[in-house]
Design a protein around this ligand. Structure first.
Ligand SMILES: [Zn+2]
Ligand SMILES: [Zn+2]
Length: 333
């Protein structure tokens, strides 16, 4: 099969490798589409390490089940031909104290799709059947792919940000463009922060219902109740803290961030909170996909063929598209 592999930091290439074989509790799936995430870029740049390179990146996989492995440990089995989504959380131990307390996103032994397990920048993948999810039929393959990380992690971050009405979003990419729609439907006001002078993205944010859009170091017109930082820029933490009101929550949604500059305690005083959000639980996936089935989310997608995956990552790095990039496996290149 054709696949894209990250071989070492900075080195990504297209290869021909044997299609993987499913073992116990695994499914062989044919990939139809796979979303591109900033985490893929962190993996390529070595900012998030890959334990056993080379690895096929991609953890927003839309695929069709081809076959099940030889042994299954009981429970529900999805039939061949079913369309499923496969997110970042690829496997958890089920036994550690995090797994046993409803926090499998923090599992000590978790394995992540596209980092520990080969991901979806390939024609086929092998996935654990307990970590894949039927997808709402109302979405096309390309449109649903960004929901599987940008949407899911964005949804978890939104929940952890609390119920505040005035929500700031720092970094207006794939996740923010989905979260804006969810937050608007919940009756919240959205304030979008982009790179300085990025009027095109600010326009895009307003088009999705943001009440205000401006540069990331600008002061919004009102105090915010909460903020989510999607951009991997440590300077945004003091910026967001200075934009939220007393009791405000700042959630860092990315897996990597540059160093956080020191800042005056005044910015944190008044019961302001800074926290990160890490990974997802299967419950997050079920809840969010259920929500997406009921509330149509319009993803703005830029399509790339498999061979163009390295280009998609560079375009993401330089902010050359709005919304999400998705690798389309339905077209052979
Ligand atoms: Zn991701
Ligand atoms: Zn565990």
């Amino acid at each position: 099969m054709r696949a894209i592999q990250i071989v070492s930091p900075g080195r990504i290439e297209q290869v021909e490798i044997p299609a993987p074989l499913p073992s116990r509790d695994q499914l062989l799936v044919a990939v139809r589409a796979c979303g591109v995430c900033r985490t893929d870029l962190h993996l390529l740049d070595g900012e998030v390490s890959i334990p056993h390179p080379p690895v096929v990146p991609g953890h927003q996989i839309v695929a069709t089940i081809v076959a099940a492995g030889p042994e299954q440990s009981g429970g529900e089995t999805l039939a061949p031909g079913t369309r499923v989504g496969i997110p970042w959380l690829g496997w958890t131990c089920g036994k550690c104290r995090y797994c046993l307390t409803g926090r499998e996103n923090l599992c000590d032994f978790a394995r992540f799709t596209g980092r520990d397990i080969d991901g979806g920048f390939a024609e086929f993948a092998v996935v654990d059947r307990r970590f894949c999810f039927p997808l709402p039929e109302s979405y096309s393959d390309l449109d649903v792919a960004p929901l599987l990380c940008a949407g899911l992690i964005g949804y978890r971050a939104l929940r952890l940000a609390g119920d505040g009405e005035r929500l700031g979003l720092y970094g207006f990419g794939s996740s923010a463009h989905i979260v804006t729609q969810v937050a608007r439907a919940q009756g919240r006001s959205v304030f979008a922060f982009t790179r300085e002078g990025d009027t095109r993205t600010q326009e895009f944010a307003r088009g999705l219902g943001a009440e205000w859009a401006g540069g990331s170091l600008e002061k919004p017109p009102v105090e915010l109740d909460c903020a989510i930082i999607f951009a991997a820029v440590g300077e945004l933490i003091p910026a967001a803290l200075s934009a939220v009101c007393k009791g405000g929550v700042v959630v860092c949604a990315g897996i990597h961030m540059s160093a956080i500059p020191s800042f005056s305690y005044d910015l944190l005083w008044g019961e302001r909170v800074v926290r990160s959000v890490a990974n997802l639980t299967r419950r997050d996936a079920e809840e969010f996909l259920e929500l997406a089935a009921q509330q149509p989310i319009h993803t703005h997608v830029s399509r790339y063929e498999l061979a163009a995956a390295p280009q998609a990552l560079e375009d993401l790095r330089h902010g050359r598209f709005e919304g999400a990039a998705v690798i389309d496996l339905a077209v052979s290149s």
